[in-house]
Design a protein around this ligand. Structure first.
Ligand SMILES: [Zn+2]
Length: 366
């Protein structure tokens, strides 16, 4: 049995970690191409430029909204014209996926500096490419390698709105449940290999870290301060969940998020918020014990992750709408089939209804 575990080259995290960026840039290239989300160009990017320019040349370009083939081609052409030999991505998931794709196309190293901890995208070796006109997923680009350096400054993360951190916890919440299903089923991970005990242990630690430190981390983020609990949760959201999902595999939670995502027309809700609800659905779908169901609902309620469809803007769904979510989640290539039991759309419909009703019941009992 062949196992495969994928890691970023280096993972560096801490308060003021961004101060070390110039050193990392210097190790990997002579001329850096910095791609930053537009919001980072007011404060973070100028600070980075001031520091990095002391040792290497830098070209900076704002990311224009969508991680699309067109945007990747635009950024690549600028980087090639300026003879840049290392890419630095600064921002959230789509900016970072774009930076990873640009570096892949140029075959140069990439340094990733997340400014929010809302998904587990920073460490992975894939970029999700969207269609610029509809905002729908076009394809998943498998990269040659994981990012060379992931540099997470928790002081910057603590300045971001807490909803991002909480959404990251939602994305991370599914990781262990999905990893465990894949382990028991002998289902393969994102690179078509089996998961190692390292990845499985990281996924388990991810779950335990959320339950132990999630609420304190959210409180710290609300206060815009860094405490050890915030450090632990940022590490869980970014590194543990990143290695966990890619190397241990996905299952029901992400497939159900795909179904929910299809009905979230305005994309007002984050990936991790939908994964959290998908995880709740998966608990009933896969017949988990009541204590575990209690733990996960209590956790979601404590940090403010959705436990009802209404909290995802999906109240008053028709039977046909719920059937649509289930049918997308059960599409032939979906990861829901990594669950131990054979999954059919009717079973998913039933689990969605029960998960939502249980969320409502708990809210009414408060
Ligand atoms: Zn995810």
């Amino acid at each position: 049995m062949i196992t495969a575990t994928l890691f970023p080259g280096k993972y560096i995290q801490g308060c003021d970690a961004i101060a070390g960026l110039q050193e990392w840039v210097r190790r990997y290239g002579r001329k850096a191409f910095v791609i930053g989300s537009p919001s980072t160009f007011t404060a973070i990017v100028p600070r980075i430029l001031a520091a990095v320019q002391e040792s290497v040349e830098v070209v900076a370009e704002p990311f224009e909204r969508e991680c699309s083939d067109e945007e990747i081609a635009r950024l690549k052409s600028i980087a090639v014209a300026k003879a840049c030999d290392v890419v630095v991505g600064v921002g959230g998931g789509k900016t970072l996926d774009t930076a990873k794709a640009v570096a892949h196309e140029m075959n140069v190293p990439v340094i990733i500096a997340p400014t929010i901890a809302s998904t587990d995208a920073p460490c992975s070796s894939l970029s999700v490419i969207y269609r610029p006109d509809t905002g729908r997923i076009k394809r998943v680009l498998m990269l040659r390698r994981n990012p060379d350096v992931v540099l997470v400054d928790t002081k910057i993360i603590a300045q971001s709105p807490e909803r991002f951190l909480v959404a990251g916890m939602g994305d991370a919440l599914g990781t262990w449940f999905e990893a465990e299903s894949c382990r028991l089923k002998y289902a393969k991970n994102m690179v078509r290999a089996y998961s190692s005990m390292t990845a499985q242990t990281m996924a388990r630690l991810c779950y335990e870290t959320l339950l132990e430190y999630g609420l304190a981390a959210k409180t710290a983020c609300r206060q815009h301060v860094v405490i050890p609990a915030l450090e632990h949760v940022v590490e869980a959201n970014t590194l543990l969940s990143g290695v966990g999902f890619e190397s241990a595999g996905l299952a029901a939670a992400h497939a159900i998020q795909d179904g929910l995502n299809a009905l979230d027309k305005d994309h007002r809700y984050y990936h991790g918020e939908k994964v959290a609800f998908g995880t709740l659905v998966s608990l009933f779908l896969t017949d988990k014990p009541s204590e575990m169901i209690d733990d996960v609902y209590d956790f979601c309620a404590s940090v403010g992750l959705p436990t009802t469809l209404a909290e995802l803007g999906l109240d008053g769904l028709s039977d046909a709408d719920i059937a649509k979510i289930a049918s997308i989640a059960c599409a032939e290539k979906e990861t829901i089939h990594n669950e131990l039991i054979p999954v059919v759309p009717d079973a998913v419909v039933a689990a969605i209804r029960v998960a939502n009703e249980e969320g409502l019941r708990r809210k009414n009992a408060q």
